[in-house]
Design a protein around this ligand. Structure first.
Ligand code: UD1
Ligand code: CA
Length: 525
């Protein structure tokens, strides 16, 4: 009845978090399990036989086209967070109950963790009905099953471990994870008898005034012994305010059958927050943000304003990096030691090297080398690489281009589809004219090149090492190494034009004053 360990764990091997382990290391069936092994297990790490994740509900209160559990929080979906924490317990199986938007949910699960089994709940007749369907996929399996909600993404490994340990240690049939909330509205209330034992869980809609006053709530997360759970689920009814099969009713049913039911409190009440609407989604986002920034600060990252610093769960920030206010680090971004990011920076899937500086910038799928500088007001688009010490300055946009070591694009430029060598300077307001109206073309620029301000580089074009272009040039042909390319009209002076064509104007008066008299016009035109 209690979960037994698998032999390799007794030999001291902790199963790794990885598909190869999950796939090739199925837990043996019930016959190998025994009380003796379970006792050995309890002193070491506990792991459940299965985890069931409920994710079939519609999530009406989100008012969304997207299934509720696929809404994002800090770089993972709500369901992704629940799958992730589930994996940290190393269960033998994870079964997700899907229903509403199931095609999307199933394909998302296949992306993030293909070893999660799915069962379909065609009509959402309640949490009890959902678990009953899930258990069909766990036929012949005994031990502990943990039930989690796909809409409760803040749960931690520590709390779930404590839940399983206490459940197995006390030989309970059910152990409810609870929390005491300031405002318990909407949650099922935990009803205890005079001696403190859990008697029942009563849903908000079914509770009387005394029961509603209880602030200890059901998290919607539980550990169950599979056998007693199966029996209890066969007895639940739909005789309640919502006309659904409540999973929570198994608590009272087990009590009636004189089975042990107990409760464990979450380490922090935030961990149990369930997301039913977008206000709760935002609140959970703040909780996640605070957790993440705190974790980073304790690891040696300086964060000036944690309230405006958002770091996704998969972002890597090395100690001694500095994050200034309004920094958003998204996706698979990584920041090396000594880098200074912000203020006002959004980095998506971007890699930043040691001691680089990025301010007032938006960068996506870019690689910013060590000692490179970016910003302010800079946009680095996918495929941009700045080599060591390179610069992308103010009002510069770069895409699909490599800027070589120590090279600079300091001001007001567009660089697209280019290869730029080392120690090259791109003058202000240069445009890499990469699009001919139909197709994109590449520009190749060598080392130690000096591109004059306001040069148009009409691709495809190659500028050799050490070459110059004159300011204002429209370069349409290749420039050999060491050459100066001038491609603009020669300047022409028409003396006295202003005094003749704009007589009496302030410009004419200024010109007259500069030239000492009104009679110095030269009939030159
Ligand atoms: C549930 C609990 C409540 C607890 C709260 C914690 C019941 C009856 N109530 O209420 O005691 O305080 O969670 O957040 O269990 N789902 C299915 N199939 C269904 C119905 C729901 O898969 O037929 C899934 C939902 O997608 C969701 C989870 O189960 O992920 C919880 O369902 P929800 O309707 O949100 O339950 P609550 O009303 O929040
Ligand atoms: Ca809920």
């Amino acid at each position: 009845m209690v979960s037994a360990p698998i032999p390799d764990r007794l030999a001291g091997r902790t199963p790794a978090f990885g598909a190869e382990n999950r796939g090739s290391n199925p837990r043996p069936g019930a016959p190998v399990r025994g009380v003796f092994l379970a006792k050995v297990e309890r002193v070491s790490q506990t792991r459940p036989a299965a985890i069931v994740i409920l994710a079939a509900g519609e999530g009406t209160r989100m008012r969304s086209q997207t299934p509720k559990v696929l809404h994002a929080l800090a770089g993972r979906t709500l369901l992704g967070h629940v799958v992730h924490v589930s994996r940290t317990l190393h269960p033998d199986r994870i079964v997700a109950v899907v229903g509403h938007g199931r095609d999307q949910v199933i394909s998302h699960l296949a992306d993030i963790d293909p070893d999660v089994a799915t069962v379909v709940q065609v009509e959402q007749n309640g949490t009890g009905h959902a678990v009953r369907i899930a258990l069909e996929a766990l036929e012949g399996i005994d031990g502990t099953v943990v039930v989690l909600s796909g809409d409760s993404p803040l749960m931690t490994t520590e709390t779930l471990m404590a839940l399983v340990q206490s459940h197995e240690g006390e030989l309970n049939s059910a152990t409810v994870l609870t929390a005491t909330l300031k405002d318990p509205t909407g949650y099922g209330r935990v009803i205890r008898s005079f001696d403190g034992t859990v008697e029942a869980i009563v849903e908000q809609g079914d509770a009387d005034d005394d029961q509603r006053a209880v602030r200890e709530v059901n998290s919607g997360m539980y550990a169950f012994a599979l056998g007693p759970l199966r029996e209890a689920l066969n007895k639940i009814s739909t005789d309640n305010a919502q006309g659904e099969e409540y999973l929570t009713d198994v608590v009272a049913l087990m009590r009636t059958a004189s089975l042990r039911v107990s409760a464990v409190s979450a380490a922090h009440p935030d961990e149990i927050l369930g997301i039913n609407d977008r206000a709760q989604l935002a609140h959970a986002g703040q909780v996640m943000r605070d957790r993440r920034t705190r974790e980073l600060m304790l690891s040696g990252v300086t964060i000036i304003d944690p309230a405006t610093t958002w770091v996704d769960v998969n972002v890597d920030v090395a100690p001694e990096a500095v994050l200034l206010p309004e920094t958003h680090l998204v996706g698979a971004t990584s920041i090396a030691s000594g880098a200074v990011i912000g203020p006002r920076v959004t980095l998506v899937d971007t890699e930043v090297g040691e001691n680089a500086q990025v301010r007032d910038a938006t960068c996506e799928l870019a690689v910013i080398g060590s000692d490179a500088t970016v910003g302010p007001y800079t946009y680095l688009r996918p495929g941009t690489t700045l080599e060591r010490g390179a610069k992308a300055g103010g009002f510069v946009e770069i895409k699909n281009s490599r800027v070589g070591e120590g090279s600079k694009v300091p001001h007001l430029s567009y660089v697209g589809d280019a290869e730029i060598g080392a120690d090259t300077n791109i003058g202000a307001a240069t445009v890499f004219v990469n699009f001919d109206g139909e197709n994109k073309h590449r520009t190749v620029i060598g080392d130690s090149v000096r591109i004059g301000s306001d040069t148009m580089l009409v691709a495809p074009v190659t500028i050799g090492d050490g070459a110059y272009t004159a300011a204002g040039s429209v370069i349409t042909e290749d420039v050999p190494p060491g050459a100066m390319a001038v491609a603009r009209a020669r300047q022409k002076i028409i003396n006295g034009w202003v005094q003749r064509r704009r007589p009496g104007s302030s410009s004419a008066r200024a010109a007259d004053a500069a030239q000492g008299s009104a009679s110095t016009q030269t009939p030159d035109e």
